[in-house]
Design a protein. Structure first.
Length: 435
């Protein structure tokens, strides 16, 4: 048994026993009550699932196993002389709740490298699609094409003990994560670079190799990919893509079915697709104003014009956060260290100053602050990755770390099929009348 799997088994077996005791002794105790506003409003903030890999506080932001993003940038292992954490280290942390050593991370990089070969039929499936197909559609289809290699599906069909579900889910998850950069880079190169593909390197970390296969060997861009893959990996279990992974996985669908569904959720404009909407909106501003160095009065007017047309300012507002997204701040600090004079980055910073003030003055917005999407596009554009309809695929590769770790824990803990109870509007009206 490999070192991560062995440690994961020890941790999960202990927690599974704890949960069994909690259910036995306290299973009938109430934690929350649902309001009609929550019932109609998308179950917002209803406590209804276990998700240990990360938690989200409205004021403090995201914490991964208790560590915030500044702490992760400080504590997680890095490449020699590197400034940004390796996402392999975050995956280790989410799986077992411990900051890994550099040896742990090097082992995981090498392990993912060994598992990274992608079957030819996956590329053949992609090549059968028009190149104009949205990259997220290609990504989801490619993940489904890999399902033929599912160890869980094979072992389940043969007959296996429930106690072994976690083991094969771990193997499938490790395989999927290992292959995703190769698949995503193939989609990028076929869609935007005339099918000129780049051979992966065999001695590079997961995110650095992804950057290489995309066609960007600049050291700073590789550092950006390490940061990007780390901070986008997880955002508690209630966000749409994580919840979709949990829901589909609860039916005992394997990791490929579950992750493909998760990516279809991430592709929604109210979720991960927002990152392409931000840079698109900024490009439209630059084009309309005729300059990529607008002053603050010009930007303020464009913001107000957008709102007057009944549109939102993309990248601002979050369902949970009531402070600037720490993931935005992490990217801002990266830009301050590496590309402070970039004009598009400067527009992002001006928006950070102006949008909260304008939205706050309307008195209708609970959170006028930027989320993670508000900054990422400007960084990618600086290094040459300007094809913004690919950005959500980058997000998806990163998000695999969190949701696959979550699904491993779901199976290890033996969490059941998710099946909430729905009501009709007639029932609701009658309930109100009687109460």
């Amino acid at each position: 048994m490999d070192p991560l799997k062995e440690k994961f088994f020890e941790k999960s077996a202990s927690l599974k026993a704890d949960i069994k005791t909690i259910l036995k002794d306290h299973g009938d105790k109430k934690i929350d009550e649902v309001t009609i506003e929550q019932l109609i409003g998308g179950m917002r903030s209803v406590r209804s699932m276990i998700w240990d890999t990360s938690s989200l506080d409205p004021e403090e932001g995201i914490r991964f196993r208790g560590y915030n993003i500044p702490q992760l940038r400080e504590l997680l292992p890095r490449i020699p002389n590197g400034k940004e954490p390796l996402p392999e280290g975050l995956f280790w942390l989410m799986m077992v709740g411990e900051i890994p050593t550099i040896e742990n991370v090097r082992w995981l990089s090498a392990e993912w490298q060994k598992r990274s070969s992608v079957e030819k039929h996956v590329f053949d499936t992609l090549d059968a699609l028009p190149k104009s197909t949205h990259p997220m559609t290609q990504f989801s289809i490619a993940v489904l094409a890999m399902q033929s290699e599912s160890i869980f599906a094979q072992k389940y069909e043969e007959g296996m003990s429930k106690n072994d579900y976690w083991d094969v889910m771990y193997e499938d998850s490790m395989n999927l994560i290992a292959k995703l950069p190769r698949v995503a880079a193939y989609i990028y190169r076929r869609s935007f670079h005339n099918d000129v593909h780049i051979t992966p390197k065999t001695d590079m970390d997961w995110a650095g190799n992804f950057a290489h296969m995309l066609g960007y060997d600049d050291a700073d861009f590789k550092a950006l990919m390490r940061l990007y893959m780390t901070i986008h990996a997880d955002h508690e279990g209630g966000n749409a893509s994580a919840h979709t992974m949990h829901l589909v996985g609860s039916t005992l669908s394997d990791v490929y079915y579950s992750f493909s569904a998760s990516m279809n959720s991430l592709a929604g404009p109210l979720h991960g697709l927002a990152n392409q909407e931000v840079i698109k909106w900024i490009f439209e501003m630059v084009e309309e104003l005729g300059t990529n160095n607008p002053d603050k009065d010009q930007i303020r007017k464009y913001i107000n014009d957008t709102l007057a047309e009944g549109k939102v300012v993309p990248g601002y507002g979050h369902a949970v956060l009531r402070q600037p997204d720490p993931r935005f701040i992490a990217q801002k600090r990266f830009a301050e260290d590496n590309i402070p004079d970039d004009p598009i980055v400067q527009i992002v910073w001006d928006l950070f100053e102006l949008v909260p003030e304008i939205l706050g003055s309307l008195g209708k917005v609970k959170n006028p602050w930027p989320n993670v999407d508000a900054h990422s596009g400007a960084l990618l554009v600086h290094y040459g990755l300007k094809e913004y309809n690919f950005y959500t695929v980058l997000f998806g590769v990163s998000r695999a770390l969190g949701v696959c770790a979550g699904l491993c824990w779901d199976r290890a803990l033996g969490l059941p099929l998710e099946r909430p109870k729905s009501i009709t509007t007639d029932w609701l009206k009658q309930y109100i009348a009687n109460n």
